[in-house]
Ligand binder design. Structure first.
Ligand code: GDP
Ligand code: IMO
Ligand code: MG
Length: 423
């Protein structure tokens, strides 16, 4: 038995999809534990790029079972589109994809509420992906939600109507201009629900418990990143779930003492999409270069991602909150060609130097303190062993390891499955 976690340590889009796909050969089960279609996980192999939103990133491996856990929120409309995307590739999802009955459903009106809430916030908007994530988790904790298991009962449409009517009243309450045709949205929704009813619904905590007893290995796949965590992220500019390690326990029903390795994944620099503080953000040619070379556009919304230097203070915080045992550094290739690289090792705040994340990360007078390291010039995308990497890149990695006190186990040098160096 082996239960490991893989989660993002920054503001999402670290490359979780790529690495879960790469690691799936070592596991029997891949399980998503939180978030929903706000996620966009990219996988590349055999010259084809796939983007998954709700479906776990192990789905392309013929032997792996993929579980969508109770902590995930599912939009049947997006889920149906994802399944249709898989049809082209002969993926046997009828057997390989299992959905927790306790996962909550995103209704069309949750999406509308998301839009109304963001519009009402004006300049203070979160920059949500507008997939209805916040309103769905609000209904979950408010004990009003509709769950996948409800679809197995005759009266689920009555529950649906009641909740959707309430949402419509709430949308009016916001008093903002949100255009919609609910009949059209509902038609699409009910059709999609029929499609997902053809999949296997399970009591996933029971399933995973039994799998562990039978000696199966499980990799839990996180969505978003630690700095978007509802408790530990840059609140209120966060998502609505626990993206950190504890979220895997509540989002799958796996006890903390069953978890062994915690893989923390980060980019060699930093990106963020949506609003909120980002102390090391760059507005100069260096930031533009990262965005261009790294193709930094959101996999879900297509929005440009903000780019900046690696923030080691924030990374260390994420390592601590998650109990990371191994690091994985992504997109090292994007930094090839920089003469110098900066990493943030402290902040100037209120006239003093601090080495931790302050409560108010968006404070006007918060400034990063940088250490400058030498860059590397070589194209590293074809390198396949750690030893062959340029010395200055190895020095960059050593500096990170010494700072956060965890070793880097994987270095990723390109988007393809093959462009991955295991140490
Ligand atoms: P996720 O949400 O954490 O799965 O990450 P995304 O898929 O949203 O964003 C990561 C992006 O970087 C995707 O376009 C990947 O194909 C790409 N990517 C992943 N690893 C690397 C890498 O090492 N180098 C480069 N150049 N691109 C990478
Ligand atoms: P993956 O799994 C990057 C961001 C949004 C917004 C905030 C709240 O691909 O790493 P929400 O839709 O949850 O209400 O948005 O969180 N966000 C992400 N940013 N990657 C993601 O997922 C994200 N999911 C949400 O941009 O700032
Ligand atoms: Mg993403």
């Amino acid at each position: 038995m082996n239960v490991n976690l893989l989660l993002g340590l920054q503001w999402g889009d670290e490359g979780k999809g790529k690495i879960v796909d790469y690691l799936t050969k070592e596991y029997d089960i891949i399980a998503r534990f939180q978030g929903g279609p706000n996620a966009g996980h990219t996988l590349e192999f055999n010259g084809i790029k796939h983007v998954l939103h709700t479906i776990p990133s192990g789905i392309f491996h013929p032997k792996a079972i993929n579980v969508v856990g109770n902590g995930v929120v599912i939009d049947p409309v997006i889920f149906k589109k994802e399944l249709e995307g898989l049809d082209k590739y002969d993926v046997n999802y009828k057997d390989a994809l299992l959905i927790s009955r306790k996962a909550h459903l995103i209704l069309p009106t949750h999406r509308l509420l998301d839009a109304a809430s963001e519009t009402a916030k004006g300049k203070a908007k979160i920059g949500s992906t507008l997939k209805g994530i916040g309103p769905t988790y609000m209904d979950k904790t408010g004990r009003n939600g509709i769950r996948v298991g409800d679809l197995e009962f005759e009266d689920w449409k009555d529950k649906y109507r009641q909740l959707a009517d309430k949402h419509e009243a709430m949308i009016n309450f916001y008093n903002v201009d949100v255009q919609y045709d609910l009949n059209e949205l509902e038609e699409e929704f009910f059709e999609a629900v029929e499609k997902i009813k053809g999949l296997q619904f399970i009591d996933s905590e029971e399933y995973l418990f039994k799998a562990m007893k039978d000696g199966k290995s499980i990799l839990a796949e996180g969505a978003q990143g630690s700095l978007l965590d509802i408790d530990f992220g840059t609140y209120p500019f966060v998502t609505s779930s626990n993206t950190t390690a504890a979220g895997a326990c509540t989002g799958l029903g796996i006890a903390p003492n069953k978890i062994q390795q915690v893989y923390g994944i980060f980019k060699a620099y930093t990106t963020r999409v949506g609003s909120g503080p980002f102390p090391t953000e760059l507005f100069d040619k260096h930031g533009k270069r990262m965005a261009k070379v790294g193709h930094e556009f959101g996999a879900t919304t297509g929005r440009p991602r903000r780019c900046g230097w690696l923030d080691l203070v924030a990374l260390k915080y994420a390592v601590q909150v998650n109990g990371v045992t191994d690091l994985m550094m992504m997109k090292a290739d994007v930094l090839s060609g920089f003469n110098e690289l900066k990493v943030c090792t402290a902040y100037h705040y209120n006239g003093e130097e601090i080495d931790h994340l302050p409560y108010n990360l968006s404070a006007e007078d918060l400034k990063p303190v940088y250490k400058t390291l030498k860059g590397w010039q070589e194209d590293i995308t074809k390198i396949n062993s750690f030893e062959k990497l340029p010395q200055t890149l190895k020095d960059y990695i050593t500096f990170i390891e010494d700072f956060v006190e965890v070793k880097v186990k994987i270095v990723s040098v390109g988007p393809d499955r093959k462009e991955t160096i295991m140490r």
